[in-house]
Design a protein around this ligand. Structure first.
Ligand code: GRF
Length: 192
């Protein structure tokens, strides 16, 4: 299975996924990293581990449709089976969704449907919930609304501040995302 990771920023989930699949004997290739942001640290991480990188932004095109078209062409040329969003800060448009039905997944730092949007960790912390967590879900045409694949809870204790909560959430993400990918890969292998 050829996986593409789409990311806009730091790339710690990308790194966790690469680490995991280096140790597992599965026929999975992290074929490429794509970023819409020129200076995204995920691109440095990918270069260090020898994963191909691609970068372009909607601003490089006449409109968003053309941007999506180019991204779709890239994914098709590279024969990508599964698109993994890891901190990709854009909505996936209809062309990509139609070309990869149930083949685009995302990780979100809260227990959806609670606290969707850009600030899932802070919103949960500010609300004062005692349990938050991490969700992996399929992408649909909404924001953080697609069918849920897996979730893990993360407790917020009286000792936590926002920084310690962020650390706990990211640790949970780095466990959950590779584990979910492994399940998806194994199911696919069974089907063939
Ligand atoms: C993660 O918290 C993920 O849940 C959210 O964006 C963040 C990406 O972090 N969608 P990183 O770039 O993988 O370090």
């Amino acid at each position: 299975m050829r996986i593409a990771v789409l990311a806009s920023g730091n790339g710690s989930n990308f790194a966790a996924i690469v680490d995991f699949f280096q140790k597992e004997k599965l026929s999975v290739e992290i074929a490429l990293v794509f970023s819409d942001k020129k200076n995204a640290f995920v691109l440095e991480r990918a270069k260090k581990v020898g994963v191909a990188t691609y970068q372009f932004s909607p601003q490089d095109f006449s409109d968003k449709k053309m941007y999506e078209k180019s991204l779709l062409e890239l994914l098709q040329q590279e024969k990508i089976d599964l698109v993994v969003l890891a901190g990709y800060m854009r909505i996936i448009g209809p062309q990509l969704l139609a070309a990869f039905p149930k083949k685009i997944i995302n990780i979100h730092p809260s227990l959806l449907p609670a606290f969707p949007g850009l600030h899932g960790i802070k919103d949960a912390y500010d609300y004062g919930v005692k349990v938050t967590g991490v969700t992996v879900h399929y992408i649909d045409d909404g924001v953080d609304t697609g069918p849920i694949i897996a979730q893990v809870p993360v407790l917020i204790t009286t000792d936590d501040d926002l920084t310690s909560l962020e650390t706990k959430i990211h640790q949970a993400e780095h466990q959950l995302y590779p584990a979910v990918l492994k399940e998806i890969v194994l199911e696919k292998q069974d089907r063939y």
